[in-house]
Design a protein around this ligand. Structure first.
Ligand code: HEM
Length: 566
């Protein structure tokens, strides 16, 4: 009996291994069927080989190689030494293309963006969004609905600096800062490490909820507190990779984990329905101008029969959830400031100069006059290299000279881009100054761009600038003295660099981040006002553990020392 069982199990395993290997090899050898223009400009069909890559194992493919690295993006970078800047991997049974340089990234996201509008079929993505990842703005495949959702969101979530939305953001940001500072004053004990993250996240959540839903929650509100924590857990979760993503048959081993994810997301959804949507739905008046984003969403529900109630609940959840990204970014910025207090000092110099030594708080309209503060935020974005959500080829196509078959997942390695000697001097150093440049003669009169500078094939930075940064006094080699910065900001020598084509923290192409103006705006208000009031240090720098290629920090991260400024 025992031997029979043994032979049956061994037989099943062997069949599984052989079948798996056959599938993997077939997928590797499959050619992409693409249309190519010949010399007479006539389109002809050609079958193109996929890019080479390491030989995969049965069942796991190349997961063993990626598993050897602390971070997959570091692993992708290391593999370029053997396979060049473009290569394919097989993760589980899934074909993946990894692109590691700027030209290739542009080719995927800009030139051939229409062929790469899909997102991966990861089980976790479905669990996070009510069983269907297409409910999510960031994890759905490209569709007409997605185009509509982006258009609906753009006005509210990407406000221009001349718009009333921008002024509203500034007002809300500043009033929430007052609440945050009151709370800090009551809770921070001088000389004692303070767990700042929960408070920062609650302040961010209130900025987002006031801006998008005209509602604010008390910091002591237990339901609000829990929802903010769950949003943060989800932000961390989305930024992780698991073998389950490529080996879905591992699901039974992840039952507890997936149940936890479902619990987080259903709790959040219930909160948004009960505390935001239900009470707003009763008072909707389609003839009145939109009060906020929630109003616009609810009206689209009345006016457009193709938009479902589910769609708008998930949209609101997605956008309110954006606060976790901002909160984590602010915590990361404070961590780098704690590591190098001179950075904090320089931000404080700008703050003191602009606010005439704290006669007022810092608002969004100060942003253009504080290039060093903005440069610090950009350096955090570069240094932490938030991964670009993987794209998926929706039909057979071509990148460089290689074929890409439909269904291939494309990893955009912007970590490699941000850490490359080719693009950055001393990329391993944290230096906000790299985002500053000498004020050019032509820049002495501030130029206003008419309309947004959006990415094009030639000018690619995903960063959207509307206005030239106003000039502020700082010096490029930059360990500058305090009295230098106290000069009149109008006579300064440096400005924020306007467009760095290879810097893509918010990606490029049709799926760029919609929340980037909110990130810059609320991030700026938080960092500037916290530093106006406190010096930031850390009693145990070893406790600040930052994962490369991630803006997400674990829910329980590190405490900081906040010392009120004289
Ligand atoms: C530290 C802050 C943030 C960073 C670094 C960041 C970066 C990114 C990146 C790299 C993408 C992927 C683009 C692509 O697939 O090509 C993305 C997508 C997206 N982001 Fe952000 N983001 C941030 C914050 C936010 C916030 C605050 C919001 C909303 C309030 C937001 C909303 C979105 C949405 C909706 C998408 C999906 C767009 C689409 O797929 O069509 N993001 N973001």
């Amino acid at each position: 009996m025992f031997f029979l069982m043994f032979y049956v199990i061994t037989g099943i395993l062997l069949v599984a291994i052989v079948t798996s290997y056959a599938i993997i090899i077939l997928n590797c050898q499959k050619r992409a069927n693409v249309s190519i223009e010949n010399t007479n400009s006539i389109k002809v069909k050609r079958k193109l080989l996929q890019a080479p890559g390491p030989r995969p194992w049965p069942i796991i493919g190349n997961l063993d190689i990626i598993g050897q690295f602390n971070n997959p993006f570091q692993g992708f970078g290391a593999l370029t030494k053997s396979y060049g800047d473009i290569y394919t991997l097989t993760l589980g049974h899934t074909r993946c293309l990894v692109v590691n340089n700027f030209e290739l990234i542009k080719e995927v996201l800009n030139k051939n963006g229409k062929f790469f509008g899909g997102r991966p079929e990861f089980l976790r993505y479905h669990k996070l969004f009510g069983g269907d990842r297409n409910n999510s703005l960031a994890l759905c495949d490209w569709s007409l609905l997605q185009q509509k959702r982006r258009n609906l969101a753009r006005r509210h979530c990407s406000p221009r600096s001349s718009s009333s939305y921008f002024a509203k953001m500034s007002r809300i940001g500043c009033s929430e800062i007052t609440n945050l500072l009151d709370n800090l004053k009551a809770s921070v004990e001088p000389g004692k490490p303070f767990d700042l993250k929960p408070l920062i996240l609650k302040a961010c959540a209130n900025m987002f909820s006031q801006y998008m839903c005209s509602i604010r929650f008390d910091y002591e509100d237990k339901e609000f507190e829990q929802v903010v924590q769950f949003f943060d857990e989800i932000f961390w979760e989305i930024n992780q990779g698991y073998p389950l993503d490529f080996l879905p048959w591992l699901l039974p081993f992840y039952i507890n984990h997936t149940q936890k994810i479902c619990h987080w997301s259903t709790t959040i959804r219930k909160f948004i329905l009960e505390r935001v949507i239900n009470r707003r739905e009763i008072n909707i008046d389609v003839d009145e101008p939109d009060v906020d984003f929630t109003d616009a969403l609810l009206k689209s529900l009345v006016e457009n029969k193709n938009v479902s109630r589910n769609t708008i609940i998930f949209m609101l959840e997605d956008f309110i959830g954006g606060h976790s990204a901002v909160g984590n970014l602010v915590m990361l910025s404070l961590a780098y400031i704690a590591k190098d207090p001179l950075i904090g000092k320089k931000i404080q110099c700008e703050v003191d100069c602009i606010s005439k030594n704290s006669q007022r708080s810092i608002n969004l309209h100060d942003m253009d006059k504080m290039p060093y503060t903005m440069a610090t935020i950009f350096e955090v974005l570069r240094y932490s290299s938030s991964p670009i959500v993987p794209h998926v080829a929706t039909e057979d196509t071509q990148i460089s000279d290689f074929g890409v078959t439909s269904g291939t997942i494309v990893f955009i390695n912007n970590y490699m881009l941000n850490m490359s000697q080719k693009y950055w001097k001393d990329p391993d150093l944290f230096q906000p100054e790299r985002f500053l440049e000498e004020k050019s003669n032509s820049a002495s009169t501030p130029v206003i761009f008419h309309g947004k500078r959006r990415c094009s094939e030639e000018s690619d930075s995903g960063i959207e600038f509307e206005k030239e940064a106003r000039i502020y006094n700082s010096s490029i080699d930059n360990r500058y003295a305090e009295q230098d910065i106290k000069n009149d900001p109008e006579t300064g020598k440096l400005q924020l660099k306007k467009n760095i084509p290879h810097f893509l923290p918010f990606s490029i192409g049709k799926r760029t981040c919609i929340g980037q103006n909110l990130v810059r705006g609320f991030g700026f208000i938080l960092i500037a006002n916290i530093l106006q009031n406190y010096n930031i240090n850390c009693s145990d720098l070893e406790a600040i553990k930052i994962k490369p290629a991630s803006v997400a920090l674990p829910a329980n991260c590190f405490p900081l020392l906040l010392t009120p400024r004289a």
